[in-house]
Structures are given as C-alpha cells and as structure tokens.
Design a binder for this molecule. Structure first.
Ligand code: XMP
Length: 508
C-alpha cells in the first residue's frame, strides 16, 4: 500500500493498536508483529523504523517476552515504549529494577529539547506513566532526555545509533504532545516521507477483490455496524450482483435498529437476507447471568444461524467479513490480559465449504474504515455510528436477560440517545444500562418497585481509555424525568461518572 513501513513489535501491551494508528495518522504505514519475530522476517519487511510496545511483564524475569538483541544493531531506528524501553535498555547492558513506588497517571516531565524527539516542544511536558519497573542504569552510549519527580530516566537516547526509549506512553491522549513526539521520531529520525494516504485506497481494494473473486458469488455476515456496513458498500461496488448479505437480528438490537439496517441495504445492488432469530437467542440465554457466558452463547448461536442460512445459497464460493486491523492484531498471539472477549463476527465454522475468505478491510483501522465509508456514499448515520457491541443489549442488561428487561432498556436508551443527539452534546458513546437492582418509589398513592436505569456517556477517541462526559444536570434531569414517566418498569435513574480505567465502558 505504501513504500515505507514502520514495524511495531508487540510485547503484550494494551496500546499497541494505538501506536500503529498514531503512526498512520502521521502519514506512515505501520504493521504490528509479535515481539519475537525473526531477523529475516524483519529484513523482508524492510521497515524504516521499529517501535517496541509496552507490556505487563518485568524484563528481568525469565518467562518475559524478549526480542532478538541483534535488532538493535541492524541500523534501523528503534523507539522502545514503557516495557519496550526497559527491554531495549536491559538487552544492551542497562539495569532495570522495580520502582520504590509505582508511577501511574498523567505526570509532569522535564524534557531535553535538544533531542530530535522533543525539538520544538516546551521543556515542561505531561506524559502518561503506568509502570512498576524502571531503568536505573543506562546502557553505554545512552543519555537521559526526560525525567519526572520519581523517574530519572523518563526518556533516553543514543543519537548515534538512533535508539530511543520512552518510559511514558506517547500514543495515548493523556500525553498531550505524544503524537508530535512520535511524528518527530518518524520524520527526524527514521526519514519518513509521509507516503501513506487513503486517496487511492478504494480503487486498490476494489481491484484486489475483483482479482480474488472473479465472477464467483460472495456471502457477507452483515451486522449493521460500521465495519460490516462499509465492507458491504465496498463489495457491492466491486461485485455488483454477486453479493449476498445475511443480517441476523438476534433480538438484542436497540430500538428500531433492525429496521434501520434493513432500510439502508435493501435497495443496494446486493441480496439482503434478514433472519429474525430473536426467539432462538433468548431461549439460549434464558437463566444466564454471567457476562462472559452470555458473550459465548451469543457467538455460538450466531454461528449456527449463519450456518443454517448459508446452506440455502449453493452458488457462493467466498465468505466476506468486515474484519479490520485491530481484529487481526488481537487474534495474532496477543499476550495482553483478556478483559472481555469481544467479537464482531464469532469464529465461523471451519467445515463451511468456501474457497476463500474476502476481508478487504483487514489492513485498516476504524477511522480509516469510516473515511472509506464516507467516500463510498454510505449514509452518515451509519459511518459515524457509535460502536455497538456484537452481543448487543445482552451486555447492557445486568443479570438474566428477559424480553421485559430488554423492552425497558430499549425504551430508556432511546430516550437518552434522543435527548443527547437533539442537543448535539459531545459524547463519543452514550447508552443506557438496565441494572439488576430494583428500588422503591411512589407514584400517586402507590408504592412502586422498579428497575434502576444507569446512563453512561463517555468521551474517548480510542475506546481504550475514556472519561465520563460532563452532561449538565439540567439535561440529565430532563432525561431522568422522561424515563421514569414514559418507560413502564423504570423507577430511578443514575448517571455513571467513572472513567476507564478503572471501569470499562460497558458495564459487563
Ligand atoms: P469496554 O467495555 O471493553 O468497551 O471498555 C470498549 C469498546 O468496545 C465495545 N465492546 C464490544 N464490542 N463486542 C464488540 O464488538 C463486545 O463483546 C464488546 N464489548 C464492548 C464497547 O461498546 C466500547 O465501544
């Protein structure tokens, strides 16, 4: 796709995708590979620079992931981030030890602006720290180029060898000038030309798909989410008359959502098949309260429905999926701790007889997919959709899922979303949650005992960290009053003001 590539080596950190995205935002193509990649493979990729990610381990422990030390002698510029910096230092003879007290959160740093990585910046910077180990002795040839009150080596450099390390995380928004620092690494140290852009992407993807598929027919699992919708729009343009889309309505969609998805795709040049499988899913979920088990049941059931439907389409030779790059990275031997098992399209059965899989978006990040969707003329409300979890409202109904609870949630959620959208309040994701708690109230002269609804609205661009959106009390009051008056079964409304971390965006 582009001449120059930056290679990101994964050591199990939560932020590897973000690093890759930041690099692309700077106009340089990036790919993520496991940290123990061979030197031959690196030579084949021929990167202009290498970035080592963070990770949860301690570099001095035997079982921790390491890379081939020869990487640091290849003449390719390297930037180690957090664990990556500790690995770089330790591999080259430096010392890494546990911190007397861990350093977490946005931290004031003093940086040396004579380093190319901090050129043009103010010496006083903020960096997001999250570490329990630190580099206490630098390897030969290195100098410290940043420090905090408790961390002497918050950033290091060996300018002659073009080796750099950041103890903080430049890739997250909490490091305000982090992208500028990454840009400096790319342009001032690696010699990037900025030759990655999306302009020619559509034509290239279309011609690749045509070449792969020829005149065969293709089946796509369409969820109505951004990825599968953009995939459908791209494939309907590339393969007019050859595309069949199966949309499984599992009954866990938001209010009117199933109909909206159908309306958006019904008249395109594709065969749109809606499967109403609500009863089947609810039956499988009856009595289940554990969030992970809910996710697994939904995944399995989805596969079964898909399998049943695909038997009716004998001429199809290819299976298409809206897989995007983060999905690829996550399933490629990820060493990060599993917080939740997210899945867009659950692993499809291996014995389905397809000649191949078509995944035109598998090299793209979400923002790139959105840009492509806009270019393809998809309705704005589809392209700019908030993420909606694959398991749908199942992860927003605490405890057992019943049709009654789903109905209460759908109605409350619709009111909240309507009020926020009407006022154009800035929140990147907002929704209602049906807690499993009921509380006493009074309506007229009668006692009520109804569900507590929680409202969640967050500000984030990466969905890996977030802050709660500071919605005014007046708006919250209006929403609360509408919910308790209009939604039968809802008795009380609370607003969730927790950030991520330590909470997650969804409640389960
Ligand atoms: P959490 O709750 O992990 O959510 O902070 C981060 C983002 O991911 C979405 N999410 C999911 N998406 N399948 C999905 O496709 C899932 O199981 C799932 N769980 C959470 C969530 O809505 C948020 O945008």
């Amino acid at each position: 796709m582009a001449a120059q590539t930056v290679l990101i080596l994964d050591f199990g950190g939560q932020y590897k995708e973000l690093i890759a995205r930041r690099v692309r935002e700077c106009g340089v193509y990036s790919i993520v590979k496991p940290g123990d990649i061979s030197l031959d493979k690196i030579r084949e990729i021929d990167p202009i620079g290498i970035i080592l990610t963070g990770g949860p381990n301690s570099v001095y422990k035997k079982e921790s992931p390491h890379c081939d030390k020869a990487i640091f002698d290849m003449g390719i510029p390297v930037l180690g981030i957090c664990y990556g910096m500790q690995l770089l230092s330790w591999s080259l003879g430096g010392e890494v030890t546990p911190c007397p007290s861990s350093e977490y959160g946005r931290t004031k740093m003093q940086v040396s602006t004579d380093s190319p990585l901090f050129a043009g910046l103010d010496p006083a910077q903020i960096g997001l720290m999250s570490h329990t180990d630190q580099v206490t002795k630098l390897p030969a040839g290195f100098r410290s180029i940043a420090h905090t009150v408790s961390c002497e080596n918050a950033a290091i450099e060996n300018a002659a060898k073009k080796l750099y390390g950041f103890q903080f995380h430049p890739e997250v928004e909490s490091t305000p000038n982090g992208t500028a620092m990454i840009r400096s690494f790319l342009y001032s140290v690696c010699g990037a030309k900025g030759d990655y852009d999306l302009k020619n992407l559509e034509q290239q993807l279309i011609s690749d798909v045509k070449k792969q598929v020829g005149d065969a027919h293709v089946l796509l699992a369409l969820s109505g989410g951004v990825d599968s919708s953009v995939c459908a729009a791209l494939l309907s343009k590339a393969l007019p008359g050859q595309l069949h889309c199966i949309f499984v309505d599992h009954g866990l969609m938001r209010k009117d959502e199933g109909n909206e998805v159908e309306a958006a795709f019904k008249n395109r040049d594709l065969d749109f098949i809606r499967v109403n499988a609500q009863e089947r899913f609810l039956k499988a979920l009856a009595g289940v309260t554990d969030p992970e088990q809910k996710r697994k049941i939904i995944g399995t059931e989805f596969v079964r429905v898909f399998e049943d439907e695909s038997k009716r389409l004998p001429n199809v030779k290819f299976l298409a999926q809206g897989t995007i790059y983060p999905d690829v990275i996550e399933s490629g031997g990820n060493k990060a701790a599993t917080i939740k098992s997210h899945h867009n399209v659950a692993g499809l059965p291996k014995d389905m007889k397809f000649e191949g899989v078509v995944e035109p978006l598998r090299g793209l990040f979400k923002d790139e997919v959105r840009a492509l969707g806009r270019q393809l003329g998809l309705p704005r409300r589809f392209v700019e959709r908030q993420p909606f979890p694959g398991p749908g409202l199942a992860v927003r109904v605490m405890g057992e899922i019943t049709p009654e609870k789903l109905e209460i949630l759908r109605n409350a959620d619709a009111i909240f979303r309507e009020e926020i959208a009407k006022r154009r309040i800035k929140a990147d994701q907002y929704f209602a949650v049906l807690t499993d708690t009921r509380s006493v109230g009074v309506v007229g002269d009668f006692r009520t005992y109804n569900y507590v609804i929680a409202l969640r609205a967050v500000k984030t661009s990466d969905f890996m960290t977030c802050e709660y959106a500071p919605i005014s009390h007046k708006v919250l009051g209006t929403v609360s009053s509408r919910i308790v008056n209009e939604v039968k079964g809802a008795g009380r409304v609370v607003y969730d003001i927790t950030g991520k971390p330590p909470a997650t965006i969804e409640w389960c």
